[in-house]
Write a protein that binds this ligand. Structure first.
Ligand code: HEM
Length: 51
């Protein structure tokens, strides 16, 4: 997960939230559903900054 591209992380979290990505046995979908746009952007910045 460390150092993942910002745009990629944002796109994947939105895909889980909108059930366009479902290869996670439902765990990511269930957490992503609770995230706002701002939450997703903040997580994207956080993950993109990890090294
Ligand atoms: C801070 C919490 C979390 C964030 C920000 C997060 C974020 C992500 C992201 C960005 C991906 C896509 C990764 C990729 O395409 O390479 C992903 C995939 C996934 N996540 Fe999470 N995740 C979190 C917590 C969890 C938890 C708690 C679980 C399960 C207990 C989980 C299970 C999974 C699974 C099964 C996948 C799919 C892996 C795969 O395709 O090989 N995630 N997550």
């Amino acid at each position: 997960m460390a150092g993942q591209n910002y745009a990629y992380v944002v796109a994947q979290l939105k895909a889980f939230r909108e059930r366009r990505r479902t290869n996670d046995a439902g765990t990511m979908t269930s957490v992503a559903r609770t995230l706002s746009e701002t939450d997703i952007e903040n997580l994207g910045h956080f993950l993109a900054g990890l090294r």
